[in-house]
Design a protein around this ligand. Structure first.
Ligand SMILES: [Zn+2]
Length: 262
């Protein structure tokens, strides 16, 4: 084959691949936006990954509290629009034993982002296979549970793709942390649907968007915690993490960002 012809074929193949990638990206974007129409409950996978010796009762409680979380989010949706629908339908997967948590980025450059996206994809693909997580979920939230370090202070942290499909939460889990862990799962889930954080640089709830009820009088202590602000402000810069799902509120700006309000 002469080299000009070979080059034409190579360019043709590259253009076909590019066209396929662009078509897929457009279709995926369309599907991700459709999640915010709220015509039916979104199927969400909660994939529990276990690192070390974690109390079995606490893991069982994570599963058994999912209907209460669905009901709480249904009640919150009704504050923003007239519907009896529950916005989410959770499916519990796992626990799958893992040696390491999800990979974290080494930096914030474009290259680190690409590498981390690939590492995460590889990580979630392998745990999905182990946990039997199929396709068809609107979002998948991976909850890494590990035992506390015995210091009495339990920690929780999460990272998610804004408007993506994958959220990650890592928590030192015991029985008392179950509802709070599901609160943070919801925080990460709403990030995947386009919700932004509602706390300031010092970690405090922003006023008014980070308050569950900005019209409450007196304003403090707030009765509930806005899900994207994370904590319940008590006044005077003091905040308390929520301990019950009944404290979970979806504020007005968050509701707009995820399409619950126009
Ligand atoms: Zn966040």
């Amino acid at each position: 084959m002469d080299s000009a012809k070979a080059r034409r074929i190579r360019v043709g193949v590259l253009l076909a691949v590019l066209a396929a990638v662009l078509a897929y990206a457009a279709l995926d974007r369309h599907r991700r936006l459709r999640r915010k129409e709220w015509l039916e409950p979104l199927p969400i996978a909660l994939v529990v990954l276990r690192r070390g010796q974690v109390d079995d009762d606490a893991i069982a409680a994570l599963r058994s509290r999912l209907p209460a979380l669905e009901a709480q989010l249904g009640a919150e949706l009704q504050r923003h629009r007239a519907t009896a629908m529950r916005p989410f339908s959770f499916v519990f997967h796992g626990p799958v034993d893992v040696a390491a948590g999800a990979p974290l980025p080494d930096g914030f450059g474009a290259w680190e982002l690409v590498v981390n996206t690939y590492r995460r994809w590889r990580y979630t693909r392998s745990v999905d296979a182990a946990a039997g997580v199929g396709g068809g979920y609107a979002s998948r939230i991976y909850l890494v549970v590990k035992p506390g370090d015995g210091g009495g202070q339990l920690t929780i942290e999460g990272t998610s793709e804004l408007n993506g499909r994958v959220g990650m939460v890592e928590v030192e889990l015991d029985r008392g942390m179950v509802d709070f862990a599901l609160f943070v799962v919801t925080h990460e889930l709403l990030h995947t649907l386009g919700a932004s954080d509602k706390y300031d640089a010092s970690g405090h709830a922003r006023v008014p968007d980070g308050l569950a009820d900005p019209t409450q009088t007196p304003l403090y202590p707030q009765a509930r915690a806005e899900v994207m602000a994370r904590n319940r402000p008590l006044g005077g810069g003091v905040e308390k993490p929520p301990s019950r799902l009944s404290e979970l509120a979806v504020g007005e700006l968050t509701a707009r960002e995820i399409g619950w309000r126009k």
